[in-house]
Design a protein around this ligand. Structure first.
Ligand SMILES: [Zn+2]
Length: 377
């Protein structure tokens, strides 16, 4: 039996793998040492054996509440991910599984690989109105990809709205990039009237993965310099947080009328949106357009709800280092953080838990909400 993690987004430390019934593992910390929770490893040579794997440092992970009612993801073919029995006992995460193949992968959530990212962008670049731009490079020298969508028709409207959607500031939240893929696919569907209308009214600037270094390195939250990108928006630097520096620079030059920052939440079993209520320039109009979006999204997707989420910030107390707050304050536009569960939705539980396919559906539903909100942007 062998356990390895020396691949794209791999993360595990093997403490003891001599006994299949008592495998001891640990999750590696992100660069910066202040976060860990993402794991992703391959186990070979144990077909048909009952495995019991203990993640010994789970209690010290960034969000220990995330382990309650959580089930780990597994895959044989690296396409289909299913959940396996998992429990959080005596401050350890225990995964139990009897693999039916020689090689099996386990992960915190279905990975979204660097290869898939590259393949997807390559596959859409030939379509009409699609422009691929490089925002700049990450700390490790990886390309920061920006997809720009415009339609010739949009130019007739004066002026088209500017919509920004970014994913994966926190690299371990892979559901964010799955969601963005679903949203982009729908925007590019020439037969979809909602997508057509959105593109007639707006130009789209989409960053599917803001943290490619953290993604490849198997981080939960930080980039390669140890920065939590969603705390870098007030003063990003080319050295410590170039990913935010270049995205913010492009936003300032193109303008922003709508900003959606896509994430995953370790603990809460819901899809929900956190707004920018605590920013100094929050207003009645800001509340109204956000309410319009939330209601329309709840209408468009039964997987989305507005009852559960983070506590709403009191006026004037927003942390402007957070992307959603900085954008709301700087541009005075509708600006939101969308959170998806690692576990599942309580209201509509499914055998596979929250999943890439469901994240993509929720991505598509964003366009229904956006279309309902355009007149207020
Ligand atoms: Zn996040």
């Amino acid at each position: 039996m062998q356990i390895s993690a020396a691949f794209d987004s791999g993360n595990i430390l093997v403490k003891n793998a001599n006994d299949p019934a008592d495998i001891v593992l640990e999750i590696k910390k992100d660069v910066g040492e202040d976060h860990f929770q993402w794991f992703h490893f391959r186990l070979t040579g144990a077909r048909g054996q009952e495995l019991r794997m203990r993640l010994g440092n789970a209690a010290e992970a960034s969000y220990p509440d995330g382990w309650h009612d959580y089930r780990a993801c597994a895959s044989y073919d690296r396409k289909t991910w299913f959940r396996v029995p998992t429990s959080f006992v005596d401050s350890e995460l225990v995964i139990e599984h009897q693999p039916q193949a020689d090689s099996v992968y386990y992960a915190y959530f279905a990975p979204y690989s660097a290869e898939r990212h590259a393949d997807f962008l390559a596959s859409i670049q030939g379509q009409e109105g699609v422009e691929l731009r490089l925002l700049g490079r990450s700390v490790d020298g990886r390309d920061l990809d920006l997809v720009v969508l415009s339609s010739p028709e949009a130019e007739h409207l004066a002026p088209p709205k500017v919509c920004w959607i970014v994913g994966r500031q926190h690299p371990g939240e892979t559901m964010a990039e799955w969601l963005v893929e679903g949203l982009l696919e729908r925007l590019l569907d020439g037969n979809d009237p909602v997508a057509q209308e959105c593109r007639r009214r707006a130009r789209f600037f989409i960053v599917p993965n803001m943290n490619p270094d953290g993604s490849v390195r198997g981080h939960l939250r930080n980039n390669a310099a140890g920065a939590n990108l969603n705390r870098e928006w007030q003063e990003p630097s080319q050295e410590r947080s170039p990913e935010v520096f270049y995205t913010r620079q492009a936003m300032v030059s193109e303008g922003v009328d709508f900003f959606l920052d896509v994430h995953g939440d370790e603990a809460l079993p819901y899809n929900f949106i956190a707004g920018a209520e605590g920013v100094p320039r929050w207003s009645v109009q800001a509340a109204e357009r956000q309410q319009r979006y939330l209601s329309a999204l709840a209408q468009a997707s039964p997987d989305f709800q507005t009852e559960h989420g983070y506590p709403v910030s009191m006026p004037g107390t927003a942390n402007l280092k957070i992307g959603c707050n900085w954008v709301a304050e700087h541009f005075g536009c509708l600006s939101m953080t969308l959170e998806q569960p690692f576990k599942d939705t309580v209201d509509r539980p499914q055998a596979q838990g929250w999943s890439p396919a469901r994240a993509k559906c929720l991505g598509r539903a964003q366009l229904d909400a956006l279309l309902a909100t355009f007149e207020l942007l």
